[in-house]
Design a protein around this ligand. Structure first.
Ligand code: NAD
Length: 420
C-alpha cells in the first residue's frame, strides 16, 4: 500500500491546477486555500468498566459562502487534523459542484469504533456533540455519517443536541445532522444514496461508451455503506461482483460473490473475514483482479503506482474520498483507464443529505421514488457538466470537476464582494 501521504497537499495541488485552468482570481484562490475554522478538542468518555478515556476530536469548517458547513464525521484510529482539512475541502467543492446550498466541513474522533462496545461508542458520540457545543447548528454546521459512523451515530448526535439547546428549539433542531434513521427524521434513500450516485455515474459512462453493464464484472474495496450499496445496486443491472476487500482482507470469486449475502455477513460480523462464498487473496492479487470496473470505497491513498500498474479495469469510480494518489492517477490515465473522481462519484450522499435537511426544515416526508428521481436528475446533469468541461479544456475529469465547482464559488465571491 502507498505509504507516506500528504492528502492535504494533494488536494491543494489539484486546487492550484484547476484554478490555473479557469484563470481564477488570486485573492479568491487564497481565501479557499485554508479552512475558516479548525477546531480540535479533548473530551473524557466513561468506559463500560467505569474507567475514563480522553478522546481527541476534530471539526474543520472549510468554507460557508454557499450555505451552512456540511460534512461527515469519521471514527477511525488514523483520523488526523490534516486529513480532516483535506476532506473538508472536498466537501466545499462537492457541494458547489452539485449546486447544493452548503459549504464544506469534516470532523472525526481518533479511535477504532470496532474496539469499543455500542454503549461506549454512544457515549463518545454524545460527548463529542457536547464538546462541539455551539460550533455546530442546524443553519450553521450540519454533520453526517462517514467512515465508522452510521444512522445510529447520527440519531445519538441529534438526540444529544436537541436536548442541550432547550425546549423551544428542540423540534427545529432535528436537522442538526443528516443520515439519521427514517424513524428519527432521516430521508428515504439516504442509506443507499452514495452507492446509488456511484451507480448513476457508471450507467452514464456505460451509455456514453456503448458498454453493456449486463454481463460485465466489477470489484469493490471497502464493504461498508458505500461499497455494499454500490455492489447491491450494480448487481441489479446485471454486473457481477468478482472480488471485495476491507480492513480484514480480500477475497475473490470469478463466478460471482452475492453482494446481499456478503452485506448481511458484514452486518453481523463487522467485516468480510470468514465469508464462505469466496477465496482469500492478497491485496496485490486483489488489485490485479480481471474485471471491467473498480470501485474504491474504503479510504484515501489506496491506488498508488503499484496498484495502478496492475489494475485491469477500464473504469475507476471513486466511491471513497481521495482513493487514487497523483502518481497512481497519472499511470491510470496513461493506460487510458477512465476515472470518475470522488467529488462527482460519491456526491449522492450529500445530495440526499440535503433532501433530508429540507424535509426536516419543512416537516415533510418524501417518498423514495421522489428522492430517487431527484438524485438521478442531479447526478446525470452534473456528470455531463464535468464531462463537457473535461472535453472542452482537455483536462482530467478530476481537474474538470474542481474547475466547475471553483467557477461557482468564484462567481459568488465576485458578486458579493469580500467584506469589508
Ligand atoms: P464505512 O465505515 O461504512 O465503510 C468503510 C469500509 O472501508 C469498511 O468496509 C472498512 O472495513 C473498509 N476499510 C477501512 N480501512 C481499510 C483499509 N485499511 N483497507 C481496506 N479497507 C478498509 O464507511 P463509508 O461510509 O462506506 O465510507 C467509505 C468511503 O466513502 C470514505 O472514503 C468516505 O469518506 C466516502 N464517502 C462516504 C459517504 C457516505 O455517505 N457514507 C459519502 C461520500 C463519501
Amino acid at each position: 500500500m502507498p505509504e507516506k501521504y500528504d492528502f492535504f497537499s494533494v488536494v491543494q495541488g489539484t486546487l492550484d491546477h484547476a484554478a490555473k485552468v479557469i484563470d481564477m482570481d488570486k485573492d479568491i484562490q487564497l481565501i479557499l486555500s485554508q479552512p475558516k475554522n479548525e477546531i480540535m478538542m479533548h473530551f473524557p468518555v466513561r468506559m463500560d468498566d467505569g474507567s475514563y478515556r480522553l478522546m481527541k476530536g476534530y471539526r474543520i469548517q472549510h468554507n460557508n459562502v454557499l450555505g451552512p458547513y456540511k460534512g461527515g464525521i469519521r471514527y477511525h484510529k488514523d483520523v488526523t487534523l490534516d486529513d480532516c482539512k483535506a476532506l473538508a475541502f472536498l466537501m466545499t467543492w462537492k457541494c458547489a459542484l452539485m449546486r447544493l446550498p452548503f459549504g464544506g466541513a469534516k470532523g472525526g474522533v481518533k479511535f477504532d469504533p470496532n474496539a469499543f462496545s455500542k454503549d461506549e461508542v454512544m457515549r463518545v458520540s454524545r460527548r463529542f456533540v457536547s464538546a462541539l457545543g455551539s460550533n455546530i447548528g442546524p443553519e450553521y454546521d450540519v454533520p453526517a455519517p462517514d467512515v465508522g459512523t452510521n444512522a445510529d451515530t447520527m440519531n445519538w448526535m441529534m438526540d444529544t443536541y436537541v436536548n442541550v439547546v432547550g425546549s423551544i428549539e428542540k423540534q427545529s433542531s432535528q436537522r442538526i445532522v443528516t443520515g439519521k434513521s427514517i424513524s428519527c427524521g432521516g430521508s428515504e434513500g439516504r442509506g443507499k444514496a452514495t452507492g446509488q450516485g456511484v451507480v448513476h455515474c457508471i450507467v452514464e459512462w456505460a451509455r456514453e461508451n456503448d458498454f453493456d453493464l449486463e454481463g460485465s464484472s466489477f470489484f469493490v474495496q471497502g464493504f461498508g455503506n458505500v461499497g455494499s450499496n454500490t455492489a447491491m445496486l450494480l448487481s441489479k443491472l446485471g454486473a457481477t461482483l468478482v472480488a471485495a476487500g476491507d480492513h480484514s482482507g480480500y477475497m475473490t470469486n470469478p463466478e460471482g460473490l452475492n453482494p446481499h449475502r456478503l452485506a448481511d455477513w458484514v452486518e453481523e460480523h463487522r467485516s468480510i473475514a470468514g465469508y464462505p462464498g469466496g477465496q482469500a487473496v492478497s491485496r496485490e492479487e486483489f488489485f490485479a483482479t480481471k474485471a471491467d470496473i473498480f470501485v474504491p470505497a474504503a479510504l484515501e491513498n489506496q491506488l498508488g503506482p503499484e496498484e495502478a500498474k496492475v489494475l485491469q479495469a477500464k473504469l475507476v469510480v471513486e466511491g471513497a474520498n481521495g482513493p487514487t494518489n497523483p502518481e497512481g492517477e497519472r499511470i491510470l490515465l496513461e493506460r487510458n483507464v477512465a476515472i470518475v473522481p470522488d467529488i462527482l462519484a460519491n456526491a449522492g450522499g450529500v445530495t440526499v443529505s440535503y433532501f433530508e435537511w429540507v424535509q426536516n426544515k419543512r416537516s415533510e416526508h418524501w417518498e423514495l421514488a421522489e428522492v430517487d428521481m431527484q438524485l438521478e436528475r442531479r447526478m446525470r446533469t452534473v456528470y455531463h457538466s464535468v464531462r463537457a468541461f473535461a472535453h472542452q479544456h482537455r483536462v482530467p475529469w478530476r481537474v474538470a470537476a474542481y474547475a466547475v465547482a471553483l467557477q461557482r464559488l468564484e462567481r459568488v465571491y465576485k458578486e458579493r464582494g469580500i467584506w469589508p
